[in-house]
Design a binder for this molecule. Structure first.
Ligand code: TPP
Ligand code: MG
Length: 547
């Protein structure tokens, strides 16, 4: 016989769990006590949302579910945004929460929220444990479901009285499964469509980033000479320095690279799903699309592919690469011209030393100072568009941005999870002043964990992204400005280092010193967003297809 909370910890160990992020409450105390002697490390955070973001990022980076812990009611409801982040972003995560005793309780409805039901629309599986004997199967199911395509969030609730019960249940072995390959007829149909196309383009999306598909995709590109672009969540799957890389479709239309997309007669769409902002719009009678993914396309008004190739993405792409023969006199020179144009447009402000600093300049300095494997994490703000378009990724998952829920507040927690997992890599978290303040309390966690991190705050005293949209819609500036704390003093009060560079040269020095020293470094960086409107709303529309 074993206490159910002990069995729960054993079940998590059995799944290979290394960390649990979170904040316990009194309803978790049995579980906490069971965790005391486990090799699983408890990472205390200062807000459950941050714990959830860290767990999801752990899942995103490893493919194995990250685990987070909260108490009942108010703790569990704080998981909601993180659950949606994992679920929409296809990041496997397991949330574990407590609950009041379910058999007998003297506390009425105090703190009780039906969290199992609350979580249902934003998880793949939401389950209360009503008997310790069910722990092995519930945990096994939760972990299996969290990682199965598409990956996402699951929720397990362990009530206080069940945690304290004795059980003689035993664990199940963790048995993996291979993903099926696509049907041969679907592959042949795709080969025919690609060979028949005059101007095919390859698009690499989120799904291609979850498993190891980079090599198969690179083979395909090298063999066929087909030009490629990616979505924000497909960045880095194939090295963006590749001569056939056109760019990242951070906007849905009218960006410089849409010049190429508009001319293409076929898009080979690998791993995209409609959870991302559309990288282009389909039109009836327009270009054709082959959807290559683990699942068939979700169809909507702007996405209705003519062919689904459903199965393991890597194997589908490799089969295409093996079978395809592209006629040597296919003329892709138009795409080459677009590439040159896109490259020169995107790098235009890379050396502009005005201060406050342009986001483009920040992109270029970070790219210069970071190595191939180093990681940048973004919160959500208008700078995300500049990073998605202008920052070249050399490896997968080296620019962690959220183009699914696109929530504010995940920039710092995701950087902390990345650094915890990769202590050998430099990690920089880029945040707006708005997004940073949504989880800035986690500076304490980062300092306590002795993480070496650089946190950049783009200071415009405003919700800049919404200002940019407001301007684009022709509205007057209203309702989006605020005052900030003194970020240098704020950082120092947590035991972090605070920096406020006064010009670009100083920023470069501060950044490089911070990257090469221990501890958490917060850089308060005034940002110049004056070109957002003129470039992203006006210029790209006028200049897009001049080639
Ligand atoms: C949790 C959440 N609340 C609101 C939004 C809507 N939103 C998107 S970007 C943004 C402004 C971001 O401001 P800031 O973090 O300062 O970045 P900036 O664009 O100013 O660089 C807002 C309010 C969101 N995406 N997520
Ligand atoms: Mg701002």
């Amino acid at each position: 016989m074993m206490k159910s909370s002990d069995l729960m910890v054993k079940a998590l160990e059995n799944e290979g769990v290394e960390y649990i992020f979170g904040i316990p409450g009194e309803e978790n105390l049995d579980f906490l006590n069971s965790l005391k002697d486990s090799k699983i490390q408890l990472v205390l955070t200062r807000h459950e949302q941050a714990a959830g973001f860290m767990a999801a990022t752990f899942g995103r980076l490893t493919g194995q579910p990250g685990v987070c812990l909260s108490t009942l009611g108010p703790g569990a409801t704080n998981f909601v945004t993180a659950a949606a982040y994992g679920q929409l972003g296809a990041m496997p995560m397991v949330m574990l929460a407590g609950q009041k005793p379910i058999k007998k309780s003297k506390q009425g409805r105090f703190q009780i929220v039906d969290v199992v039901d609350l979580m249902r629309p934003i998880t793949k599986y939401s389950q209360q444990v009503v008997d310790g004997a069910n722990i092995p199967s519930i945990v096994r199911d939760a972990f299996r479901i969290a990682v199965e395509e598409r990956p996402g969030a699951v929720y397990i609730e362990l009530p206080e009285d069940i945690a304290d019960e004795q059980t003689n249940a035993t664990l199940f072995d963790v048995v993996g499964s291979r993903r099926p390959d696509a049907d041969k007829q679907a592959i042949d149909a795709a080969v025919n469509m690609i060979e028949a196309a005059d101007m095919p383009l390859l698009l690499i999306g989120a799904g291609a980033n979850r498993k190891v598909t980079g090599r198969a995709l690179k083979n395909f590109i090298d063999k066929t000479g087909i030009y490629f672009f990616n979505t924000q969540l497909g960045k880095g799957v194939v090295d963006e320095r590749h001569e056939r890389f056109l760019g990242t479709a951070a906007l849905s239309e009218n960006d410089f690279l849409h010049c190429a997309i508009d001319r293409a007669d076929l898009i080979i769409n690998v791993g995209h799903d409609v959870i991302e902002k559309p990288p282009f719009f389909m039109e009836k009678g327009g270009k054709k699309v082959i959807h290559i993914n683990f699942f068939a396309a979700h169809v909507d008004d702007v996405y209705f592919p003519q062919l689904n190739v459903v199965g393991d993405i890597s194997s589908s792409v490799q089969s295409l690469a093996d079978k395809i023969s592209i006629n040597a006199d296919k003329d892709f020179s138009f795409f080459e011209r677009v590439k040159n144009e896109v490259d020169s447009r995107l790098t235009k402000y890379f050396s502009d030393d005005r201060f406050p600093m342009l986001p483009q300049r920040l992109v270029s300095i970070l790219r210069e100072q970071l190595g191939e494997q180093d990681i940048v994490t973004l919160d959500n703000g208008v700078y995300k568009i500049w990073f998605a378009r202008n920052y070249k990724c050399y490896q997968p998952n080296t620019l962690l941005l959220d183009n699914a829920l696109a929530t504010m507040g995940a920039g710092l927690p995701s950087a902390m999870a990345a650094r915890l997992l990769h202590p050998d890599r430099k990690v920089v978290s880029v945040n707006g002043d708005g997004g940073f303040m949504m989880n800035s309390q986690e500076l304490e966690t980062a300092v306590r964990l002795k993480l070496d991190l650089v946190v950049i705050i783009l200071n415009d005293n405003a919700f800049g992204m919404i200002k940019w949209k407001q301007e684009a819609m022709g509205f007057e500036n209203f309702g989006l400005d605020y005052d900030n704390p003194d970020f240098v003093k704020y950082a120092e009060s947590f035991g972090a280092s605070g920096h406020r560079p006064a010009n670009v040269a100083e920023f470069k020095t501060v950044l490089s010193e911070s990257l090469n020293s221990k501890g958490v470094h917060v850089i308060d960086l005034p940002v110049d967003y004056s070109l957002n409107h003129s470039i992203l709303n006006v210029l790209i529309k006028e200049a897009a297809c001049v080639i």
